[in-house]
Design a protein around this ligand. Structure first.
Ligand SMILES: NC(=O)c1ccc[n+]([C@@H]2O[C@H](COP(=O)([O-])OP(=O)(O)OC[C@H]3O[C@@H](n4cnc5c(N)ncnc54)[C@H](O)[C@@H]3O)[C@@H](O)[C@H]2O)c1
Ligand SMILES: [Mg+2]
Length: 349
């Protein structure tokens, strides 16, 4: 149920003739964020992605997993023992819309405090009612394919932000979310809080023929990735790349260029900005920062190509060590590595 803006309400066909699907979607989402009444209406006709303590609800269909969209009606009836539907639905946050402008919301059952409502269903009962399970997001990202990954990642980030920003940090008074969940306001101080994101630079360093990968102690066994670091206040992205490379492996960047970016929900909300960097070929001796990293070294094209072929799971080798494995294909670090392999292949021999 699309809500047409302004003059188009009388002439919906004009709205469709004048705008591409993409523009219509973006205008609709803008209206939902700006206008609480429009957004409240959309909550009664939209669909919901469910979370339980930040774990998305997944269903197995054949050999595939997917995140089902639950209609408002379906939700009220399935979770029908609720006496406070309205109130619960208002805890949802807007996360997108379909090409036909049907709004998508995310709702966390735990954060909505519905468990304090007498008679509300246990998690396991909800899971068997809806025929699926609440799955930890990292695991879910491996099981899902396609468009659900970024959608669930940003949904989780937004739900987490609301849960941890319920009070004004100046007055200590409760903050109120707008219906879409695109901001929270403190009525006492008038301060508006917007969902927070930390910029992070992730850099694949190359010396012209090898690339530098590193691992943190917390990484899965065998996994190496590009260098990453949070931007400091006042820094440009270029300065962050140079500082992080110097801090973590003791090298000086000669040149760098931007590749792409990706939202990353762990551990909070980061905007991962991916870059390639080249260090001077005569200055490639790694001096690793042991506080940050467990290992860092140069890898040849052959080693990287083999690891890409093997896929994301490490193999146990004879000497007890594990083989190199790389970040999953949906992580931007993987994309940087793929691009580097292509650059190497296109170089004259
Ligand atoms: N290396 C990878 O392949 C990779 C891939 C995907 C995502 N990431 C993400 O990149 C992020 C940054 O990487 P890192 O841990 O090496 O960063 P880092 O090298 O900047 O070191 C982390 C330290 O920075 C400090 N810090 C400064 N600002 C911070 C902020 N806004 N939030 C949290 N800590 C902050 C903390 O002291 C923290 O311990 C991590 O959140 C990680 O999830 C890394
Ligand atoms: Mg780092």
């Amino acid at each position: 149920a699309m809500i047409y803006p302004g003059v188009y309400r009388r002439t919906p066909s004009l709205w469709f003739r004048l705008h591409s699907t993409y523009v219509r979607k973006m205008r609709y989402l803008f209206d939902l964020k700006e206008d609480d009444d429009i957004c409240r209406q959309a909550q009664n006709s939209g669909t919901f992605y469910l979370f339980h303590n930040l774990s998305p609800f997944l269903q197995k269909v054949g050999s595939k997993y997917l995140a089902p969209q639950i209609s408002a009606v379906e939700m009220k009836s399935t979770l029908g023992k609720l006496k406070h539907n309205e109130q619960m639905i208002e805890n949802s946050v807007l996360i997108g819309c379909s090409d036909a402008c049907m709004a998508y919301f995310a709702l966390d059952l735990v954060f909505s405090k519905i468990y304090s409502i007498p008679g509300f269903l246990e998690k396991s009962v909800i899971e068997s009612e809806l025929k699926g399970s609440f799955t930890e997001l990292r695991k879910a990202l491996f099981q899902l394919d396609g468009k659900d990954r970024p959608l669930l990642s940003s949904a989780q980030a937004l739900l987490r932000w609301h849960d941890t920003h319920q009070f004004c940090s100046k007055t200590g008074q409760p903050t109120q979310k707008n219906v879409a969940g695109s901001k929270r306001v403190c009525r006492t101080s008038g301060i508006i809080y917007y969902p927070q994101m930390s910029p992070v630079v992730i850099t694949l360093v190359s010396n012209g023929s090898q690339c530098l990968l590193a691992r943190q102690a917390a990484f899965p066994k065998g996994m190496y990735s590009a260098l990453a670091g949070f931007c400091d206040v006042g820094e440009t992205l270029e300065e962050t790349v140079r500082r992080e490379v110097a801090e973590e492996v003791g090298l000086e960047v000669e040149s760098l260029w931007y590749s792409a970016s990706q939202h990353w929900p762990f551990p909070n909300s980061s905007l991962m900005i991916a870059c390639h960097a080249i260090v001077q070929p005569q200055q490639t001796k790694i001096s690793m920062n042991k506080l940050e990293l467990e290992a860092a070294r140069w890898f040849s094209l052959e080693e990287i190509e083999e690891a890409l072929k093997r896929g994301p799971k490490p193999l146990k080798q004879e000497n007890q060590s594990v083989s190199l494995c790389l970040p999953p294909k949906w992580a931007i670090a993987h994309q940087l590595i793929q691009e580097w392999v292509k650059q190497q292949a296109s170089k004259p021999a």
